[in-house]
Design a protein around this ligand. Sequence first.
Ligand SMILES: *Cc1c(COP(=O)(O)O)cnc(C)c1O
Length: 439
Amino acid sequence: MQFENPSQSENGLQFKNSPEFARKMDKQDPIGAMRTQFHIPKHSDGSDEIYLCGNSLGLQPKKTEEYLAFELSQWQKYGVKGHFTGDYPWMPYHEFLSEGFAELVGANKSEVVAMNSLTANLHFMMVSFYRPTASRHKILIEDHAFPSDHYAVESQIKFHGYDPKESMILIKPRDGEETIRHQDILDIIEKEGDSIALIMLPGVQYYTGQVFRMKEITEAGHNKGCMVGFDLAHAAGNIVMQLHDWNVDFACWCSYKYLNSGPGSVAGCFVHERHHSDENIPRFAGWWGHDKSNRFKMENSFKPMHSAEAWQLSNPPILSLAAIRASLDTIKEAGGIRKLAEKSRKLTDYLRFLLKDELGEDIKILTPENEQEYGSQLSLTVDTHGIDGKVIFERIEQAGVTGDWRYPNVIRVAPVPLYNSFEDCYRFVQILKTSLEEK
Ligand SMILES: *Cc1c(COP(=O)(O)O)cnc(C)c1O
């Protein structure tokens, strides 16, 4: 998009490159107080770190400790009876997360479930939705997919006896470009769709922060008879989605990035309602997917639930689900994902404005500027001064910024609406500037 003058943002806000302006934005921020609900790590000088790494590991909500302590005390007091005791019995515990997850991804409650980990869920979803045949055996993913996704897809193809060299289509940006053009995705689906069994793309690309236009990709895929699933690791809790209305077949996400549920916490999964009653769907089953009304009769004839819960295998780790519940309650208190996305847009636009205003050509922002194609994260390359980008990254870390470094040369920063401030953005850009000026 074109900025008419450097301080005019897309939504008409007049941005200024000053600490007073940043503080004024924080004062006017309707959810600015949510920051006090989080533990913000401290820099060595005792000040709050500028934590711009919520896209990698979200910070801990203050509620988390309380919710975990509650489950520990239930276990102390009731032992096995905790499965059926109190307001949050363990037996149906995952159900307490359905409403929050459904709202985050735009689904019906029956379409979402908290289970397993992200990569495990990708596999379980492919068991059901990647059913290759001699004429339709390909999977379309991005060329630089997150390694785990790449490995999962490659191994599924091999598992079915096909050759990844022939069955994996890797879509990449055009030469000299950093992000994949939406039209190029549609074109490849149009051209190769008849041989594609599954399209599996990210909602938000982890390296560039590019948002993929899921609705149109799903439509294009379905027109060609392909299944369409998304990895929402960087999308859940970041952008507004409507998976149900978009007719997405399945989606998976982790809960420890924008969802602040702690390292390695349990993941989420979406299966569109139209697949729930399909009796012929192949599935790796476990007892937690069996009809809950007679699960404990222990009869050995699997009767799947008619919901995403049918894909569950085991009784889930309650301590981890309690952390997700704390996080979802915190998001709810902030007013939900739409409120977060609204602030996120302003924060990220402000960060981009500051970077351009202060650093101009010295850094490059890979993340698209088109309003449909970015969320919280901006990905920067800074090795334009003859200084290694990694050195710049180490300097900003020393100065109290937590971002993250991705090889070969990208610094990713994500101002997160729940706990980051406009002042964080301002201070970050000042620190980055100083780091670039050092010899
Ligand atoms: C974070 C992330 C993962 C991590 O997978 P786990 O199974 O949770 O370890 C996988 N894929 C993508 C795209 C990610 O961003």
